[in-house]
Design a protein around this ligand. Sequence first.
Ligand code: SF4
Ligand code: SF4
Length: 183
Amino acid sequence: MIKGKTRKNTYRAIYRLLDRVSPVPFDCGTICGAACCRTDEPENMGLYLLPGEEKIHDRRDPWLTWELQSTEEYDFPPSWHGKVCYVNCAGPEHCRRSLRPIQCRTFPLKPVILKEGEESPVPVVYREPGCELALTWQDEALPYCCPLIASAAALDPAFLRATYTVWKHLIRDPLIRDLAAGR
Ligand code: SF4
Ligand code: SF4
């Protein structure tokens, strides 16, 4: 299993912080039928845990199904050697919200590290002045349409600040930094 530097307690604290915020001040699942949580196409709807994030999950808990995937077979940074955890959830009706993974909590944004003077290929949604970290819309091919991304919705400032704080902390882990830097 790929070994990250982010500790179990850090993941716990991050989950607690992100429990308090949402992308918009209403349940955006009501406008799209919770498109990003549906498992009608299970092969497309799983997500990767960050290195070490698996430590706060119990694999015997049936709401998630687990698979180990080789980093070499997928598009991970070259520094990622070994296996990563790929999980599928049982859908929004069974979601254990206090345990949903970071990728669920920070969607529809993604972290991007920009070099000085570098332009982001995707519009930046949030960035602190002088900081290399930016949050952009998630721009990977998705098997559904997220209305927040499609409309470039104004996201809740508390969500933006908390999500930024979390990624700023997470990119202290060299593996996660490489992921955000795309290298
Ligand atoms: S697809 Fe977008 S709008 Fe729909 S629930 Fe997910 S984040 Fe909210
Ligand atoms: S774990 Fe919860 S939030 Fe994440 S995709 Fe599944 S139902 Fe949605």
